[in-house]
Design a binder for this molecule. Structure first.
Ligand code: G16
Ligand code: MG
Length: 216
């Protein structure tokens, strides 16, 4: 049996959410918008363009496309400065053993991320070779909860959506997996991710027996 195991990036493999937050905070501060940790939850799994719109809505700010483009560039340039020193130590606990186990079991592995910076992050953390397929923010037009990113990954792997398993930390991502008829596994809080079929606080709590059962 071969199943497709599709991993979200941010919040599942690496904790880049903290860097996104710092970079967005600078933009928000410059615009006098109060941007808290709770607000940041709204941006998880959401595209860069949509994230800026959400922040501007929080501040009740109408902006020209020109200004928006400028802030989007600023945000990404700042975000990239946090990635310069990134290495394998930033891989979240428990992720590597699961990737290794899936490889041993000859399962198909994909990345399904909204980020346009996914490839350099996988390279810097040294795990890009685990992925048979990478679908990221450069490859899709519809953002999560639209299932496009995951459906595209499954199609490229030649595996049915019903035989695909998605690891996600965002509500939008869990919904995308469910809409795509895939098995959703939430990584994070049970209250936030209650729509997921299975929920684990983090990858250290996922054991190989559970993965074997998913493989079937
Ligand atoms: C990630 C983050 C989002 C971020 C998006 C776009 O998605 O969760 O907060 O806005 O990527 O990132 P970038 O600005 O690098 O293109 P995911 O799907 O990996 O969780
Ligand atoms: Mg995520």
């Amino acid at each position: 049996n071969t199943k497709a195991f599709i991993f979200d990036l941010d919040g599942v493999i690496v904790d880049t959410a903290k860097y996104h937050y710092l970079a967005w905070q600078k933009i928000a501060n410059a615009l006098n918008i109060d941007f808290t940790h709770e607000h940041n939850e709204l941006l998880k799994g959401v595209s860069r363009v949509r994230s800026l719109d959400i922040i501007l809505e929080l501040g009740n700010i109408q902006a020209s496309q020109e200004d928006k483009d400028k802030w989007l560039i600023q945000k990404n340039e700042d975000y990239l400065t946090y990635l310069v020193d990134m290495n394998e130590s930033e891989i979240l606990p428990g992720v590597l053993p699961i990737l290794q186990f899936l490889k041993e079991k000859k399962q198909a592995i994909a990345l399904g991320s909204a980020s346009k910076n996914a490839r350099p992050i996988l390279e810097k953390t040294g795990i890009i070779s685990y992925f048979d397929v990478i679908v990221d923010g450069n490859d899709v037009t519809n953002a999560k909860p639209d299932p496009e990113v995951f459906l595209k990954a499954a199609r490229l792997l030649n595996i049915n959506p019903e035989d695909s398993i998605v690891f996600e930390d965002s509500v939008a991502g869990v919904q995308a997996a469910n809409i795509g008829k895939m098995t959703s596994i939430g990584i994070g809080s049970k209250t936030v991710l209650h729509e997921a079929k299975y929920i684990f606080e983090d990858f250290t709590l996922i054991d190989t027996h559970f993965i074997e059962e998913l493989i079937g």
